[in-house]
Design a protein around this ligand. Structure first.
Ligand code: SF4
Ligand code: SF3
Length: 552
């Protein structure tokens, strides 16, 4: 296996990347190899999808399926070899049918088929064993002793595009698709399926991926807000309430909605977990009184926290980790692209198995003292708060705004973000995004003349909202985003964060602080390019960084 797509990958002087029998996340070499094959196949499908789109032909079922299948290869999404093998078989069927269709269209229009890419011409054997044996020959590090600049830039594109695929699927669940997005996605996938070796072209593609992601994030924002309303500031109880319970984790609001509808009047309390926390701010979701609160913290604590949750658990998207360890596999359910061998997978929108599981469990036997936190500062709420924030900035009461966004993870170096948040001066605001906030979002940061010092913008899916706030502040102050008293502090863990980072770079945002470490796949030369072109700062320690940020 060869995988270095996430922040917890192996990184020692001698070994870079997860290359042994199992990755740090628990992904086996078998799953990793199958995923490599799947990605290669998908790049072949994209060759035909892109050519079809050039001739005005789109198969939106296959388009959506491509993003789903690619999403299944993200960190902490699907660990089930049988499901990945199924995706490979589907990929073969989709590629064959698309190829036939597109060849006919091109012939009808008297066009010419361009030279096939490496991925489009690859003959992949059938049968799990044969596929596994074939995998090393297409591994990205095949015949390479180490990651060089070209491979590093390639991985930046591949991993960034995985993040985009995940957001495309989140948007598609909400009915948001776009032919231009699919066409650009296939164009880039197909390009990556042909052994590109021009460093400049790869770096340009990385920014193109960022631009594509911005378009997808816009669609996603529209999907969420048109379906569930604009989030409003809402207090959420993070303490337990007596009664039967279901825990819903991940990013998929539509699943949460279905579960809320199907549990109404059944005496079951529904809790959010992880990235689902911001769901409480959406009017159409908060209208359910049995959406009772949030349970637990960030994804990496789930084995301990889920083991203690006396009800059913639903993983709607990333991040799932080994449920065998906490012995709750019999009451965890996966959805959509998520998979764990032996865990029950729900297909369709009938959650009765989950409901029955919750009813068969003990539920919480006591109600704890409430502990409220506030969420819901999405795009509209931030726009409402903007005049007051602008006023406070103008009168000198708010000196600086920090956007502390991104993922959480296990490493102790991530304490940086808690310490950073605690050390931000009292005359500064903090916007939070994604699951990294769990390290400090239950702390009280006070307010500045009624404006809470910590404003939670939402999931990583809601990065668009934060970008809109920055753009509106820049407009108000008649300057560029980079001239605002604003610093972005990004904690990355997996590929969605890479996609968001590329979006910020494609928008010309400079001076981002990035941590807890620099991606292993970025060579020193590539880091230099990022530092020189975008003034990216690898994080150091909170005191030094804060001093530099405030004096910049
Ligand atoms: Fe390693 Fe991360 Fe890949 Fe898992 S996803 S195998 S931890 S690099
Ligand atoms: Fe978190 Fe997995 Fe990235 Fe949506 S849930 S941000 S790590």
């Amino acid at each position: 296996m060869f995988c270095m797509q996430c922040e917890q990958t192996i990184s020692t002087p001698a070994v870079k990347g997860c290359v042994f029998a199992q990755g740090m996340c628990g992904k086996t070499a078998e799953v990793s190899d199958l995923q490599d094959i799947l990605v290669r196949y998908l790049q072949g499908v994209s060759f035909w999808a892109k050519l079809g789109a050039d001739y005005g032909y789109n198969d939106n079922e296959i388009n959506r399926w491509c993003a789903q299948a690619f999403f299944s290869t993200l960190t902490n999404v699907n660990f089930d070899p049988a499901r990945i093998y199924e995706f490979i078989n589907e990929a073969k069927r989709n590629k064959d049918s698309l190829e036939k269709q597109v060849r006919d269209i091109v012939a009808q229009k008297q066009g010419a088929i361009p030279p096939l890419t490496v991925a489009a011409s690859l003959a992949i054997p059938t049968g799990t064993e044969a596929v596994i044996q074939f995998a090393p020959s297409i591994a990205l590090n095949h015949n390479k002793e180490k990651v060089d600049d070209v491979l590093g830039a390639y991985l930046l594109c591949l991993y960034g595009l995985k993040g985009v695929a995940a957001y495309m699927e989140h948007a598609a669940v909400l009915g948001q698709t776009d032919d231009v997005v699919y066409k650009t996605f296939h164009e880039i996938m197909s390009f990556l399926g042909d052994k590109p070796d021009d460093l400049e072209e790869l770096l340009g593609t990385a920014l193109k991926i960022g631009e594509l992601n911005y378009r997808v994030m816009t669609m996603l924002d529209h999907g969420e807000t048109s379906r569930f309303g604009d989030p409003v500031p809402t207090t959420v109880n993070i303490a337990k309430t007596k009664g039967k319970c279901i825990l819903v984790s991940g990013h998929d609001l539509e699943d949460l909605y279905d579960i809320l509808v199907q549990t109404e009047g059944k005496g079951i309390n529904v809790y959010t977990h992880g990235e689902m926390l911001p769901a409480h701010g959406y009017p159409k979701l908060k209208a359910f009184s049995h959406l009772i609160g949030n349970y637990g913290t960030a994804w990496q604590n789930q084995q301990k926290e889920f083991a203690q949750f006396p009800g059913a658990i639903v993983m709607t998207s990333n991040c799932i980790i080994n449920p065998d360890i906490g012995r709750y596999k019999d009451r965890i359910f996966t959805r959509s692209i998520v998979g764990w061998p032996g865990a029950k997978h729900i297909i369709g929108n009938d959650f009765s198995e989950v409901v029955n599981c919750a009813l068969s469990q003990a539920g919480f036997t006591e109600t704890d003292e409430p502990h409220n936190i506030t969420v819901g500062f999405g795009r509209a709420a931030l726009a409402n708060a903007a005049p007051a924030v602008i006023q406070e900035i103008k009168s000198g009461n708010i000196k600086h705004v920090f956007l502390v966004g991104g993922c959480d993870g296990d490493k102790k170096e991530r304490n940086y973000f808690t310490e950073f948040a605690q050390k931000t001066p009292a005359d500064t605001l903090m916007l939070t995004l994604a699951c990294g906030k769990y390290r400090f979002n239950s702390l009280d940061f006070g307010d500045i003349n009624g404006i809470p010092r910590l404003l939670d913008v939402g999931q990583c899916n809601d990065s668009y909202s934060a970008i809109q706030l920055a753009l509106s502040l820049a407009k108000e102050f008649n300057c560029g985003v980079n001239d605002l008293p604003l610093t972005l502090v990004v904690s990355w863990f997996e590929q969605k964060a890479i996609a968001v980072l590329l979006t910020l770079l494609s928008l010309g945002v400079k001076g981002i602080y990035l941590g807890p470490s620099i991606p292993v796949f970025l060579t020193p030369n590539l880091v230099k390019v990022l530092v020189d072109s975008f003034d990216i700062h690898p994080i150091s320690d909170p005191d030094t960084d804060l001093k530099n940020m405030l004096n910049a």
